[in-house]
Design a protein around this ligand. Sequence first.
Ligand SMILES: Cc1cc2nc3c(=O)[nH]c(=O)nc-3n(C[C@H](O)[C@H](O)[C@H](O)COP(=O)(O)OP(=O)(O)OC[C@H]3O[C@@H](n4cnc5c(N)ncnc54)[C@H](O)[C@@H]3O)c2cc1C
Length: 508
Amino acid sequence: MLRLHSFIRPAFRSRRWVHNTPTFSHLNSVNEEDLAHFSSILAPTSILSTLPSISTPADDIAPYNVDWMGKYHGQANSVLRPRTTQQVSEIVKYCAQRKIGIVPQGGNTGLVGGGISLQKEIVLSLGAMNNVRSFDPVSGILVADAGCILQSLSEYIAPHNHIMPLDLGAKGSCQIGGNISTNAGGLRLLRYGSLHGTVLGLEVVLPDGTILDQLTTLRKDNTGYDLKQLFIGGEGTLGIVTGVSILTPPAPQATNNIFLALPRFDNVLPLFQTVKRQLGEIMSAFEYIDRTAYDMGLQHGLGPLLSADEVGDSQCFVLVETSGGNQDHDLEKLNNLLENLMTADEPLINTGVLSQSPTQFNSIWALREGLTECVQKEGKPYKYDVSVPLADFQKVVDAVRERMISKGLYGDHAISKVMGYGHVGDGNLHLNVIAKHGYRPELEAALEPFIYEIVADRKGSVSAEHGIGSMKRDALHYSKSDVSIDCMKKIKQVFDPLNIMNPGKVLP
Ligand SMILES: Cc1cc2nc3c(=O)[nH]c(=O)nc-3n(C[C@H](O)[C@H](O)[C@H](O)COP(=O)(O)OP(=O)(O)OC[C@H]3O[C@@H](n4cnc5c(N)ncnc54)[C@H](O)[C@@H]3O)c2cc1C
């Protein structure tokens, strides 16, 4: 039986949780004079505005004012779509003089409201800056505009036998500049590490319009402070990333995956250890899916990878991927692993399936990657991408479900599903709480700060990869000390003393 009290520290909760709505009295709205100035920088087709001189149809501007989940709604009356770094610089310089707030926006797939205006800030969309600047097939170093779509970059380097060091479900829409600004993790982090390691250099327009050119292609550069790290995960609060230099690894010569059904969650950790030990250097992903998420995926047409009889009463599932240099060698290792797992005296798994073809390989991944979209079809999701010790993954999910039951908020009238899936190999749980009939203040009040407290109590992080945005701005202190937050505020003050760059995001 799960004991909720072991997760909660009531004094901590009531003392620290305040959800503020920021006010931007220091900032001005965009007016006709501003549009006239922007017209001297940009082509007419690069300016969208509801103001009379431009009169963009509301439907054309609406997509920039709502996030992927339909949870955050912005009020920007104008959107600018520059094509060059110089244009970005001139726009920002002008906005600084006029004190106009700027929200940088990439593919708008962020899940924490970071790319949506809070009041009447202008949206600066990077989508028209989408050229590859150079690619060196020997070193694998790619230099590209920030607005390049992640998938397009993957396709660009594929003929050279290289892959992007990151991959995520939103790859068809998210941009490399957005990935860097959120320090996106995703499905390859276990193998290739975080963007803090693979990004070699950045070009950034600072909040006064100055262009910071650190677009180096050097693997090693120990000359003073590594400024680019501040913009990786900076969520557009310190400047606008316009160019990226990134190290892309050679494509693996052999990739395989297996999908395993486990009788209970307690087996996940020993399984992780076993798989790591037996697969060694070829293991490239270890993903977790709980039973609720698996069943939901099936209902929405994903899989089935296993028959109902095979799945039986399995409580959870694990996807393991290998990326290596020799198919025969990797398959032998995988087959040995499966045999050992199935013939053990106390098997850790009920059953499993090994992909035998590229189609099967893709359909195993499709089940994992498709879950986010299935969640979206089920209702309105509250999404928490937390880091907690692996042993606590499912306890956190269960504690949230229990909480909603105890509040009378569980069922089709309120929260219809609570589920967990995620990158177990990175300690990152995607906790999804689905409100069948839409977002409601009482549901959010039951979930927050409850979830942040559970995470803080486990010494976890309230954001493993999606970032802080506006959603978790007031929860930052659950994962960062006062001293850390104070340092961040000082850094913000140095870069953006006028507080025009994505105001109201990240910092409380
Ligand atoms: C189906 C789905 C699956 C996902 N899977 C993952 C996953 O596995 N791992 C993961 O980490 N995330 C995941 N995400 C979240 C999201 O895709 C990432 O956060 C992604 O990196 C956001 O990129 P974007 O271009 O859409 O940025 P946006 O959503 O447009 O912006 C995100 C933030 O970055 C800022 N920003 C954007 N571009 C720039 C720029 N050029 N300069 C400065 N600031 C900028 C914005 O102001 C905002 O604060 C997923 C989302 C979806 C919808």
